[in-house]
Design a protein around this ligand. Structure first.
Ligand code: SF4
Length: 298
């Protein structure tokens, strides 16, 4: 790639007078040897899985193995459908993001975007948007490419793992990717797309990874629902012309600094935070006895 940072990307776009989506096709062609049509086909497969996981999640009446999650998406969706106040992109995206993460908690098929723990936000926002605005299918596919592309630039400096940088690197980045996709769908400029992405990152800094019993359920599932709103608000701000005071690349470096300084108890070890509350520890014990029952004491 002729750029490794958001500043370099911006400079490249203005110097070459190219659109972001065309640059993405160029990069894909260089990295994978694929034509734009082949790249779109891949995105189409992701979109198919995303939509299927939303549909499955909102209908599901089952709980996960330890009964920690499940059925909440259906509850939220029921209220959204009958409430003029909540039947909008925020309400629908919240229900759908929870739906996809519940599917993940029950070992269903999802698209990790960027991870399984944060798999709900992008499909949640895209499904809500496509129901309300009915965009051209190609534009939805392009928005998926835009979201992944900005994630790829971010991961020049950090990894996508809660185990390395806490939940800011999973749910925070998931929200940023969804914010970028939504801004693209709303015809935002390249700068606005980057701003939406970075506003979501900036406001997720410090988010810890503290999954109860080490399972990707509590707090992950509801967190996806809540951060769908973060994505939409970041996009709304960027499209309004609001900009991050701190430059995008410095926000990413700050995320790295915060992640590096996070205590290991808050990096997917289930050693602190919600995982070590009274209720969290009770699940830990229940999980251990389930494992013993299944595998025996050895
Ligand atoms: S809390 Fe940890 S496991 Fe759950 S989504 Fe966040 S980073 Fe992933």
């Amino acid at each position: 790639m002729p750029f490794n940072s958001f500043e370099e990307l911006n400079n490249y776009l203005s110097k070459e007078k190219k659109k972001l989506v065309d640059v993405i096709f160029e990069v894909e062609s260089n990295l994978q040897g694929s034509t734009p049509d082949e790249t779109l086909l891949k995105a189409a497969e992701y979109w198919r899985i995303m939509k299927a996981s939303v549909k499955k999640g909102v209908k599901s009446k089952e709980l996960s193995l330890l009964k920690l999650t499940g059925k909440d998406a259906a509850k939220i969706n029921r209220l959204v459908k009958k409430s003029p106040l909540f039947d909008n992109i925020y309400g629908r995206a919240t229900a759908y993001a929870v739906a996809v993460n519940e599917v993940n908690a029950k070992c269903g098929v999802i698209v990790a975007c960027p991870t399984a723990g944060s798999c709900g936000i992008l499909p949640g926002v895209l499904q809500a948007y496509s129901e309300i605005e009915k965009p051209d299918r190609k534009k939805i596919l392009e928005s998926i490419l835009v979201s992944g592309f900005l994630g790829m630039i971010l991961f020049n400096d950090v990894t996508t793992a809660g185990a390395d940088y806490g939940c800011q690197a999973e749910v925070g980045v998931g929200a940023a990717m969804a914010a970028a996709a939504l801004t693209y769908l709303e015809d935002g400029s390249s700068e606005e797309i980057i701003q939406a992405f970075i506003l979501a990152i900036k406001n997720s800094l410090g988010l810890i990874c503290d999954p109860v019993a080490g399972l990707v359920e509590v707090p992950c599932v509801k967190r996806n629902g809540i951060f769908a709103s973060v994505a939409i608000s970041a996009s709304l701000m960027a499209l309004s012309g609001v900009k991050s005071f701190i430059s995008p690349d410095e926000v990413v470096l700050t995320m790295k600094e915060v992640g590096d300084k996070l205590h290991h108890d808050f990096k997917e070890t289930a050693g602190g935070g919600l995982a070590k509350t009274r209720d969290g520890k009770a699940v830990d014990r229940a999980f251990e006895s389930e494992v013993k029952r299944f595998f025996g004491d050895n």
